[in-house]
Design a protein around this ligand. Sequence first.
Ligand code: HEM
Length: 185
Amino acid sequence: MKKVYLFATALMVSFTALVLMPSCKDDDDDKETMTLYDSLGGTKMVADPVGGAMIEQGRLGIRSVVDSTIFVIAADTQLNTKFFSVLLAEVGAGNLTGFNILSKNLTDFFCVATGAKNYTYNGLDMVSAHNPATHSRIGSKINNAEFDRFVADLVTGAQKVGLSNQLIGQVGALVETTRSQVVQN
Ligand code: HEM
């Protein structure tokens, strides 16, 4: 687990500066047309601290929140073994394949949900993703209290990478729209 923790810390430190950067807009964009994705960094191309390829700043910011949150949840005994035992076993064995797929799918999901134009989400729908009968990687159906706990961990994950309270509030409102699909218990 120490290896995982170090990996998480490295990710968060390297991404913090980017998440804190103000968003950059084209001059001809109206304030009214700004999406949450724009506020999170938008389409400005920046170097990805992991690998060095160019990446949209909004996507990089979202990915940093996603990865930070996965590691908060991995340490949360109210959620970790009950729901994420498949992922935890893989990561504990040094296998990051499932982590990378989850990180990509969650990042794609939030990019699309916040208004990104250049990415698509190809993962399971929210009902199927959160039912063990249709998704073998989830340990149990989720109740309302567990959803609340997950959102609290998301807030902690976002705070760890320096997202403002204002943006955290907007992300929180967005995830709340998925509650009726995610909560099935
Ligand atoms: C708050 C809103 C939530 C959103 C938007 C969300 C979104 C997602 C997405 C996009 C995936 C990937 C699906 C795929 O790979 O096809 C996923 C997987 C998963 N979600 Fe959620 N989720 C939410 C809440 C929760 C909650 C509350 C829990 C548990 C308490 C949970 C547990 C899981 C698990 C265990 C997986 C599979 C992880 C793995 O690949 O190993 N999710 N979720």
